[in-house]
Ligand binder design. Structure first.
Ligand code: ADP
Ligand code: MG
Length: 661
């Protein structure tokens, strides 16, 4: 076994941990866990004499005395002594039995926690660590990484699992030029991973992150190049475009195409006709009507006797697109299939057969599309909708099935031109700038959460008049449970006003439950939908007209714009209400209130994030990079030069499974 192959072994954990960590880290192979980046760090290196009040101290102390409170509800105190200083360790809501176990009288313990002064007395309330094994002092008085958690797992649990993975960590052959390594002062990959989780100093954390970001961007660029190298081949047969279906379908559409849509379809058709395989990006603001463009591009492939696959990130979206396409194409002889993780075994079998024999012309589906047993008779076009939600390798796998199929990537988040090159490399791009005529402007206002009752009153009036609304609850980065808890609380409050006409949707519902809720919302049994940010990108419920976003100050600009794009889809006037609390970034909310231009907002978003905003990468909505920050790391792109002998390089690393893209 190659030494680095150990990185790809699956870590044996309980079923529960495996499930939770798969969700948090994307998998439970050693590498998945090692690449799980701490969200922050706590410096526990200060001793009792070095730490000031308000700072964290870690020290060894002797347990002097337990002091139970005289009256109920008062805290329990344990008096300890360290270097001739007396410290009170304070507990509210305690179990005496537990505290005796934690602080046996006369024992010596390690304590780590935040120093406070209370009526002149040094104290620590609920210390973070109390350990009896003094050998653990060194590993406690360190810089502690804090990981994003979820229900049933703590940051400490994750730390222990990662520390286990760090044992015998192999190094990888170095792929960064010595010159760059020296110039940047970067460590080896191995050293960077170790120090990311067990840093010796706060300063080196950023150095490690930057190196790992470079690795990530390098791998990403390499995969892009791989797709392109594979794709830029001559077609076996020239495309002809006779618009066989076009008029039929156009007359079925309940609207006129916008001139941007017409232009994009013409541009992409031209590429399809070229003697080389096409790889094209379709960018367009939310609600600009990208799906219909994709439909016409698929029709071109079909009239040339080829099949088209339409890949989307979620089952709800797949069903939505499928229903719409099926309906529009009912006037033709084109056969459309739907394949998702939800399809029954029997359905799957049927679809697999129809794709292999060529009976189905179009298949709409989720990840299920690139499983091994799916074979196409002659796949000629792959459309990847909301492509930022798929990993590069996932896309690559589907494209491979087509043996050089044409590719159309669709992206929901407009990307500033400066970044497009970096993210997609040199692929062609068509843009939908203009929105369909019927779109009314979405009136956007920011309101302090203190006035939430007014908002609810107004909402009630609107809903009684027949409007539909979304209510998005705060996004809490550290912990998904808090998200859901917040949404539940809001849901219960709104229920009092709207009774059973309010529904809730969040990440812990099963796909079936989610579908059911969305269906009720669509049909109007539910008219107010409370949601965490899982609210699916791309969801199209044209008669929803009100979007309320709670804690709007915590969202990124692009994300707010995306959320707002869920309304204003029909011809009724629409509203977006941004509820904020506490500190308000005026610039940010002003931009979103005043502009509806996704491209402009995306530029501003990056600028703001660049000036020290703390929004997570997850929210940037572009690509799920673990380390790279599209704004901070723009300079790194210039350092990346992918050699032409890319295949050889990839062979060295066994790219298929190893790059962890
Ligand atoms: P997105 O670009 O966000 O993926 P969709 O393709 O989902 O947008 O389109 C959003 C809505 O706009 C759909 O209901 C679609 O039928 C409608 N639509 C698309 N093109 C037009 C048009 N030219 N005129 C009016 N409505 C349109
Ligand atoms: Mg869409």
């Amino acid at each position: 076994m190659q030494t680095y192959e150990r990185l790809f072994l699956t870590v044996t954990l309980s079923k529960f941990y495996t499930a939770v960590l798969t969700k948090l880290c994307g998998g439970v192979r050693v590498i998945d866990l090692l690449l799980y980046k701490p969200i922050s760090y706590v410096d526990r290196r200060k001793s009792l004499s070095d730490a000031k009040v308000g700072e964290i101290a870690t020290f060894i102390a002797k347990v002097q005395k337990h002091e139970p409170p005289g009256v109920k509800k008062k805290p329990y105190k344990i008096i300890v002594e360290s270097n001739n200083r007396c410290i009170f360790i304070v507990f509210f809501n305690y179990s005496i039995k537990y505290l005796y176990k934690l602080f046996p009288p006369n024992s010596t313990v390690i304590i780590s926690g935040k120093l406070e002064i209370f009526v002149g007395q040094l104290q620590i309330t609920h210390p973070d660590y109390v350990l009896l094994d003094l050998n653990q002092f060194k590993e406690t008085a360190c810089i502690e990484p804090i990981y994003q958690t979820s229900r049933g797992i703590t940051s400490k649990n994750i730390k222990n699992i990662i520390n286990f993975c760090l044992k015998d960590l192999p190094n990888l052959p170095e792929w960064i030029d010595n010159e760059i390594l020296n110039k940047k002062g970067w460590f080896s990959w191995q050293e960077s991973i170790i120090r990311l989780h067990q840093p010796n100093s706060l300063a080196e954390i950023e150095i490690c992150r930057e190196r790992l970001a470079y690795d990530e961007l390098y791998a990403y660029q390499m995969a892009l190049k791989l797709i392109r190298t594979d794709n830029l081949k001559r077609k076996e047969r020239q495309f002809t475009i006779s618009n066989k279906y076009k008029d039929q379908v156009l007359s079925k559409l309940p609207f006129q195409l916008t001139s941007d849509q017409i232009k994009a379809i013409a541009e992409i058709s031209e590429k399809q006709k070229s003697e080389y395989h096409m790889i094209n990006l379709l960018q367009g603001d939310v609600g600009s009507g990208k799906t219909v463009v994709a439909l016409f591009v698929m029709l071109n492939a079909i009239e040339n006797g080829l099949q088209a696959a339409f890949m989307v990130p979620t089952t709800i979206l797949a069903e939505q697109h499928y229903n719409w396409i099926e309906e529009i194409l009912s006037c033709t002889d084109i056969k459309v299939a739907l394949l998702t993780g939800k399809s029954s075994r029997k359905e799957k079998k049927l679809i697999v057969n129809e794709l292999a024999s060529g009976i189905s012309n179009i298949v709409v589906g989720t990840h299920a599309l690139f499983q091994d047993n799916i074979i196409f008779k002659n796949l000629g076009l792959v459309v990847v909708d909301e492509q930022q939600r798929f990993g590069v390798m996932q896309r690559y796998r589907l494209i491979e099935k087509g043996n050089n199929a044409d590719i159309l990537f669709i992206t929901a988040t407009p990307i500033p031109r400066t970044l497009q090159q970096a993210i997609y490399g040199d692929i062609d791009c068509s843009i939908l700038k203009e929105k369909p005529q019927s779109r009314s402007k979405i009136k956007t206002v920011a309101i302090n959460i203190e006035k939430v009752q007014n908002v609810i009153d107004r909402l009630k009036i609107a809903i009684d008049k027949g409007e539909k609304a979304y209510w998005i609850c705060p996004y809490i980065e550290e912990n998904e449970n808090l998200d859901i808890a917040a949404a539940e609380v809001r849901f219960q409050k709104l229920r009092k006003v709207f009774t059973n006409r309010v529904g809730i949707i969040h990440g812990r519902l099963t796909q079936d439950e989610k579908n059911q809720v969305m269906f009720s919302f669509k049909k109007g049994a539910i008219v107010l939908l409370v949601a965490t940010t899982v609210i699916e990108v791309g969801i199209d419920i044209p008669d929803a007209t009100i979007m309320i976003v709670e804690n709007a100050e915590q969202f990124g600009l692009s994300q707010l714009h995306q959320l707002r794009g869920r309304v204003g889809r029909g011809n009724k006037p629409s509203f977006c209400i941004l509820l904020y609390s506490g500190y308000l970034n005026k610039t940010k909310l002003k931009i979103i209130c005043e502009s509806q231009d996704g491209f402009y907002i995306a530029e501003k978003d990056l600028m703001i994030r660049g000036s020290g905003n703390i929004l997570g990468i997850k929210q940037s909505g572009h690509i799920g990079f673990k380390f790279a920050d599209m704004c901070k790391d723009q300079g790194l792109f210039d350092l990346i030069h992918i050699a032409n002998d890319i295949k050889e390089l990839l062979d060295i690393f066994g790219y298929e499974n190893k790059l962890n893209l």
